[in-house]
Write a protein that binds this ligand. Structure first.
Ligand SMILES: *Cc1c(COP(=O)(O)O)cnc(C)c1O
Length: 388
């Protein structure tokens, strides 16, 4: 009876849905499934964060609309955090906006800046909302292949001037999901130059700024001189503070763009639940030990799998950041077929690289979202099955 609107036509999550259906079938058949497919943290927020939310629950005044910008205390906590972590100064009145998860911002920003036919440059492989948001806004998506030989950075010189002239937005994400790759500062400098030359907005998704290993620290895109003229940066509490279900995040940077997004959001939503904002404020104001502890946990998990796989000759890069391994398919199969076989033979559920774009073929993404003991089992199962 009902026909979908044209704008939904390009939206497809077919591969992720298929993998999840297989995973659920395996569970229903009684298989001991180890789920490393969804990038949702298995950890709890630190006690002081939970305490702040609980306290807010007991306050009668916590239950009204908060309005979409964020409470003054939330906005100040964000600017304090950015100054402390990245030495970037922000004006809480004009350069910060709260989000109901970065998804919210990434889904809606295209609607604020893109007219049908405008180009949005998107990394391939890339996080699915990078494609879906602009597509709904009517954008023409042009992919930027991220290849190992280029350090998983887009080849800026390979983008034609004709495309750059029509470009409204370039989306970047370092540390990267699904690649777990990082970007050097001089790459960001080149992007700022290019964005100024062609007057497009750079969106930097910085969700993994704190899940960093072995002493590595990534630069905020906004720490590049002139970046605020051309860029906004998204950060989320989902991974840093294990608050994915709370739906709390923020965008910072160019005041003009933040005002546009604010205008759209003030029409679309009425803000994040006050108790969750209180939790976010407690998180951002610190203490920061919980961040280091979380990062160390993911680092140990990373090592269990990387070392466990290497023992039988499956060589996977040891990433400096994120909560993923990006592993080459160790058989001659397509990524989807390998993932199906891996699940059937070992009970381990992961995501085929092809789900993140054509350039993801040949790889799988493994999310480090189970305990060390479970991951040791994963390595052992994989060895038993693959080292035959
Ligand atoms: C998990 C993740 C996010 C966080 O999204 P939220 O909506 O804030 O939970 C953003 N970007 C990337 C690349 C991610 O992997």
């Amino acid at each position: 009876m009902f026909q979908q609107a044209d704008r939904l036509k390009g939206l497809t999550s077919a591969i992720f849905t298929q993998v999840d259906t297989m995973r659920k079938q395996a569970i229903a058949q009684g298989q001991d499934v180890i789920t490393l497919s969804l990038g949702s943290p298995d950890l709890a927020p630190a006690p002081h964060i939970v305490a702040a939310m609980k306290q807010a629950l007991d306050d009668d005044l916590s239950y009204g609309y908060t309005l979409s910008k964020g409470t003054p205390d939330f906005l100040n906590a964000v600017t304090g955090w950015y100054a402390r972590k990245f030495n970037v100064k922000l004006d809480p009145a004009t350069e910060v906006h709260s989000l109901m998860g970065s998804q919210d911002g990434l889904a809606h920003i295209g609607l604020c800046l893109v007219n049908p036919g405008d180009v949005v440059l998107v990394p391939d492989p890339g996080y699915p909302i990078f494609f879906a948001g602009p597509l709904v806004a009517g954008a023409e998506i042009v992919t930027m292949p991220l290849k190992p030989e280029n350090g998983y950075l887009p080849d800026l010189e390979a983008i034609s001037p004709e495309v750059l002239k029509r470009t409204k937005i370039m989306i970047l994400n370092y540390p990267n999901n699904p690649l777990a790759a990082t970007a050097p500062r001089d790459f960001f400098v080149k992007v700022v130059e290019l964005a100024k030359k062609y007057s497009f907005l750079v969106i930097h998704d910085f969700a993994y700024s704190e899940l960093v290993f072995d002493g590595y620290r990534p630069d905020s895109f906004l720490s590049i001189p002139g970046a605020k003229d051309v860029a906004i940066e998204f950060h989320s509490l989902s991974k840093t503070y294990s608050m994915a279900g709370c739906r709390v995040a923020f965008v910072v940077g160019n005041a003009e763009v933040i005002a546009l997004l604010g205008r759209l959001k003030s029409n679309f939503d009425y803000g994040i639940f006050h108790a969750i904002q209180q939790g976010a404020i407690a998180a951002l104001n610190g203490p920061d030990d919980c961040i280091a502890e979380t990062a160390l946990r993911y680092q140990r998990r990373r090592d269990i799998l990387v070392d466990g796989f290497a023992r039988f000759g499956w060589h996977v890069e040891r990433p400096k950041a994120s909560m993923y391994l990006w592993a080459p398919v160790p058989t001659k199969q397509k990524s989807f077929d390998f993932v199906a076989d891996l699940l059937k033979n070992t009970g381990v559920a992961v995501v085929p690289g092809i789900g993140f774009g054509e350039c993801g073929e040949g790889y799988i993404r493994i999310a480090l979202v189970q305990s060390e003991a479970r991951l040791a089992e994963v390595a052992a199962h994989a060895e038993k099955w693959l080292a035959k």
